[in-house]
Design a binder for this molecule. Structure first.
Ligand code: UDP
Ligand code: MG
Length: 317
């Protein structure tokens, strides 16, 4: 029997993209010696995405969809896709055509060569907004400094995972998901291949700068406690430095040397006030993670799907 390949596509308000993506994937698989299915995960879209997915699923018997009860976010949608996909390997990709489907045969080729994770690295793309490129580069630079795993600059959520790795990832109970890190963390035989991203086909990007900042903070704090150590060292250094100041203050008092300094006091108070708030914030982020994790709420809720009980991974909903 031919091997089964599952494609997982998180979609949030991508009504004008799903048909094109589906058609492109169907065409790419025509000459390939695989069975395949496509899992669209509708992340609580408010446009016609779900209707379009339903239509597609009637036309193509290898199109599956599941629809969340609300918007749970891109990473949660990826998780749902990995939970439900039943392929011998699973390829995840964006629904806006930015991840070129023509790369799929190459991913599969590498998989056949024995690799268990084939991830992709976005080549610097001049068409992307300047700010988006720079902030993204900054993120990966800080990430590799802060955490113990090395994530290459431009790593995308476009990757092939062997069934072994999918099982590992979907058994994880982490609430704050950051797949780029988790996949690296998991190990296995990995290979990164470069690709040039395409333009988004229709619609707009769902990642605002605010969301990206949040996502970045999630990433840093999910894979490292180094920010906490940095805060400790920083406190230590400032305590040491300030002790140098004590002899000077004593000297001034004893010899009645006038100490002026409204400006220096204000600057010091403001500086250390800011520093303390920042470090409190860092501690708070970790505490917040503990809090959300301890509630053990599900990462996503499915409202409806066309997954039948025949699907080995069917979990209701
Ligand atoms: N997406 C999602 N839920 C969200 C935001 C995004 O499922 O809350 C999907 C989106 O539909 C797309 C993919 O995640 O298929 C990547 O998002 P987008 O293209 O907006 O990000 P960008 O490429 O601009 O970084
Ligand atoms: Mg995109």
């Amino acid at each position: 029997m031919k091997k089964l390949v599952s494609i997982v596509v998180p979609v949030y308000n991508e009504q004008d993209n799903v048909a094109l993506l589906n058609q492109t994937i169907q065409r790419i698989f025509e000459p390939l010696p695989y069975r395949f299915n496509i899992f669209f995960v509708d992340d609580g879209s408010s446009d016609g995405t779900l209707e379009n997915l339903k239509k597609l699923s009637l036309l193509y018997d290898n199109v599956r969809f599941l629809s969340f009860s609300r918007n749970f976010g891109h990473q949660a949608a990826l998780k749902a896709g990995l939970d439900m996909a039943d392929g011998d390997c699973v390829i995840s990709m964006d629904g806006d055509m930015q991840h070129p489907p023509k790369l799929i045969p190459l991913l599969l080729e590498k998989w056949e060569e024995g690799l268990e994770v084939v991830y992709t690295i976005r080549k610097e793309d001049r068409a992307q907004p300047f700010m988006k490129r720079k902030t993204s580069n900054l993120f990966y630079a800080i990430m590799s400094r802060l955490s113990d795993i090395e994530i290459e600059k431009g790593t995308a959520d476009f990757r092939l995972l062997d069934r072994k790795v999918v099982d590992v990832l979907s058994s994880m109970q982490e609430y704050d998901l950051f797949f780029r890190g988790l996949v690296k963390w998991a190990g296995f035989r990995q290979l990164g291949i470069e690709y040039v991203p395409e333009q988004r086909n229709a619609g707009v990007s769902k990642y605002t700068y605010r969301k990206m900042l949040r996502f970045a903070l999630q990433g840093f704090t999910s894979f490292s406690t180094r920010p906490l150590y940095a805060a400790t060292y920083l406190g230590f250094i400032f305590a040491m430095l300030s002790s140098l100041y004590i002899p000077y203050a004593v000297f001034s008092l004893v010899f009645d040397h006038p100490i002026s300094g409204w400006a220096s006091i204000i600057v010091t108070i403001a500086f250390f006030g800011g520093l303390q708030l920042m470090i409190l914030g860092i501690i708070g982020v970790y505490l917040g993670k503990l809090f959300t994790q301890s509630k053990q709420r599900p990462v996503y809720l499915v409202r409806e799907s066309n997954l039948t009980k025949g699907n080995s991974r069917y979990k209701g909903g």
